[in-house]
Design a protein around this ligand. Structure first.
Ligand code: PLP
Length: 375
């Protein structure tokens, strides 16, 4: 029996039982290299092709538009660098100030090579407005990259509208959908995106695997040169077990999407209701359109890290902001971008529920947090 409460599902999630079981044969007796020509390779080859079709269907794509990667970081690097380096006439990149570092640092890397990058400021709820993009974009813009949903405050972006603005100026549109895929409905055709990156460990799949959707006909450079895997776009021996596990986890989450969403929203309401009754004052960051169960709370003149450690001592895992930022003592770039006062920004914690959390846990988290803050 577990003796802790895990409420940091935006950082990573527990591998689903279905995904685990689906992976076992490919880690044991079926270890063949899917790229080989003998019959021992035909099973992994078939399993990979089935996984590609399952993933494509979950996001409204065609199988040949799905490319396996090592996760969200690789997909984001690929989208930014692969677009920048494939068209030397149109060099500008537009992104937002609240992107994940995988996008921001990729942008910084191409900036150092002479590519102009423009960082849009979001509104105070974290929304990147299509009219701000319309003002910034021009006929030299190669790529617009705006995330589907933010990992620190949960804001869901108007990606369809942003994509239409990008396309009306001949630019490509990429979205980092790492926090969104498997949690909210994503249809790449409806959105219109040219590229979308996703990561399995955020939707109860294994770590170290993800995928990129690249719309058929999109002209971007391959991510890794080498063998001919992934139609020559991403060299390297396929990780059959992880690919199969990712597809199993995604199809399970997509089947249960509405049910999970409603359930997680209930946990969120329970926690928020309980906190509101506890007479502690806080700000909730993010907008009305937010990821279910991602709750970013700021407490004035408190230390988010100290709160995290006290919660940890009482058996509860939450985060101070972005998981990838937990070693940094600087205030989060996302909280700065939405204009949150430093007095609140330093006292920010993120609670993120998943389908494995229970109502009892939501109550315990709220009560423990209130107790710690009162002390
Ligand atoms: N993009 C976002 C929005 C994320 O939240 C994360 C992980 O926290 C990443 C990208 C990186 O994904 P991965 O851990 O698969 O490299």
């Amino acid at each position: 029996m577990k003796n802790y409460i895990y409420a940091d599902n935006a950082a990573t999630t527990r591998l689903s039982d279905k995904a685990f079981e689906a992976m076992i044969p490919w880690l044991t007796e079926e270890y063949g290299n899917a790229s080989q020509l003998y019959s021992f390779a035909s099973k992994p080859k078939k399993a990979i092709s089935e996984a590609r079709a399952i993933i494509a269907e979950c996001i409204g794509a065609e199988p040949d538009e799905i490319y396996f990667t090592s996760g969200g970081t690789e997909g984001d690097n690929w989208a930014v660098k692969g677009s920048a380096f494939s068209d030397l006439a149109r060099k500008q990149i537009i992104t937002s100030k609240l992107e994940h570092h995988a996008v921001l640092h990729s942008c910084r890397a191409v900036e150092m090579l002479g590519y102009p990058v423009l960082y849009l400021s979001p509104e105070s709820d974290g929304t990147v407005s299509p009219s701000a993009l319309e003002e910034a974009i021009n006929d030299k813009t190669r790529l617009v990259s705006v995330m589907t949903a933010n990992n620190e405050i949960g804001t869901v972006q108007p990606t369809g509208e942003l994509c239409r603005v990008a396309h009306s100026h001949g630019a490509l549109f990429h979205t980092d959908a790492v926090q969104a895929v498997g949690h909210i409905k994503i249809n790449v055709r409806d959105m219109g995106a040219d590229m979308l990156s996703a990561s399995a460990h955020k939707f109860n799949g294994p770590k170290g695997i993800g995928f990129m959707y690249i719309r058929r006909g999109t002209d971007i450079l391959p991510y890794a040169d080498g063998g001919a895997q992934e139609r020559g776009h991403r060299a390297g021996t396929e990780n059959t077990a992880a690919i199969v596990g990712m597809a199993a986890a995604l199809s399970e989450n997509c089947e249960q999407l509405d049910r999970n969403r409603a359930y997680i929203k209930e946990l969120e309401c329970l926690l928020m209701g309980r906190l509101s009754q506890s007479n502690i004052s806080f700000i909730r960051n993010g907008g009305a359109d937010s990821l279910p169960g991602l709750i970013s709370l700021s407490f004035a003149d408190k230390d988010g890290e100290a709160i995290l450690h006290r919660m940890d001592l009482r058996g509860i895992c939450i985060s101070t902001g972005s998981a990838c930022n937990s070693v940094s003592t600087e205030v989060s770039h996302v909280l700065s971008a939405i204009g949150l006062d430093d007095a609140y920004a330093y006292g920010t914690v993120r609670i993120s529920f998943g389908k494995n959390n229970t109502p009892d846990e939501a109550v315990r988290i709220a009560d423990t947090l209130a107790d710690i803050l009162k002390k």
